[in-house]
Design a protein around this ligand. Structure first.
Ligand SMILES: NC(=O)CC[C@H](N)C(=O)O
Length: 304
């Protein structure tokens, strides 16, 4: 029997002793206010046993992690038609890169980089009557937690400085791959990214990707085929141009965000979330990646 609690406690200790904790994302001014010393980790196993260390109950901005949830909702609404507007290949480029979009005629490489997520946001804005409210309820329902909310300060802050996202949305529009107004789609996208959760809530939300589409209450929210597709995209595209490195070091599907969160899971075994706001040069949490590498190395549990 693996002693998860012992491993998480030692990961937390190692993180607090680490001198170089990475650099906080400051292109969204509101994110720059967070203390770089924060570290939290939480793991839930398939039997719903919970293990925690550090600040696992402190909320942070999940940012790009939300892209998995908007993709799930869009797949539920329009099914395989999603893939007409966004591809499923790793980009090998930073999350906010634009040149590929131009080279590939406005079809984003995948739904987990910004241009892809903006297309997904456009789908949700088209299909939902009250997109922000309905997306939030969708997430609350998955997690079985109606305390999950948008951080309106973060959404507003990103709206003021999200110049590259405005550029991406305009480029998509010029290629005919954005049906709604740029401002309306980005307002939705910035709110979606501002979702605040702690590590416990993140593992509760991503439990269904680990558990064949069934959430913690055992309700089926995704089909087996949808889970296969989404998990494959997390493995190949979940860490921008560091997806290969994450698979190599950690060996789990997962997703990161510039708020410093990472969620990853071993299907049918466990789901784990880390939070450490300092990022490495590729925009992934520096200590979060180290923590997960330690977890899968010490437990000898990975998809490989
Ligand atoms: N990688 C991220 O977490 C990026 C999300 C952020 N909201 C952005 O669009 O730039």
């Amino acid at each position: 029997m693996i002693d998860f609690q012992h491993i998480l406690t030692s990961i937390n200790e190692a993180a607090s002793n680490e001198k170089d904790k990475g650099k906080i994302a400051d292109y969204i001014p509101e994110l720059a206010k967070v203390n770089v010393d924060n570290f939290g980790i939480h793991l839930i196993d398939i039997q719903q046993n919970n293990f925690s260390a550090g600040k696992s109950d402190e909320k942070f901005s999940i940012q790009s992690i939300s892209k998995v949830l908007s993709l799930s909702m869009a797949l539920g609404l329009i099914g395989e038609k999603v893939w007409k507007r966004v591809d499923v290949e790793p980009s090998g480029d930073p999350f906010n890169h634009l040149s590929l979009l131009e080279l590939e005629n406005g079809i984003p490489r995948n739904p987990l980089i910004n241009p892809g997520a903006i297309v997904i946001a456009d789908i949700l804005v088209s299909k939902l009557e009250h997109p922000k409210e309905e997306f939030l309820s969708y997430v609350q329902n998955i997690a079985n937690d109606d305390t999950i909310a948008y951080d309106l300060g973060v959404a507003k802050s990103e709206k003021r400085t999200g110049f590259r996202n405005f550029a991406a949305a305009n480029l998509l529009k010029s290629y005919g791959n954005l049906n709604n107004d740029v401002d309306i789609v980005l307002d939705f996208y910035f709110h979606q990214c501002s979702l605040a959760m702690n590590c416990v809530q993140l593992t509760n939300t991503f439990f269904m990707f680990m558990n064949n589409g069934k959430c913690r209450r055992n309700n089926t929210l995704l089909t087996i085929s949808q889970v296969k597709r989404i998990n494959a995209i997390m493995l190949t595209c979940g860490f921008y141009d560091e997806a290969g490195e994450f698979a190599f070091e950690v060996g789990l599907p997962g997703k990161s965000g510039v708020g410093g969160g990472i969620v990853a899971f071993l299907p049918n075994k466990f789901c784990v979330a880390t939070w450490s706001p300092g990022l490495n040069p590729k925009g992934n949490s520096k200590l979060g990646m180290l923590a997960l590498e330690k977890l899968t190395t010490e437990t000898e549990l990975s998809i490989f």
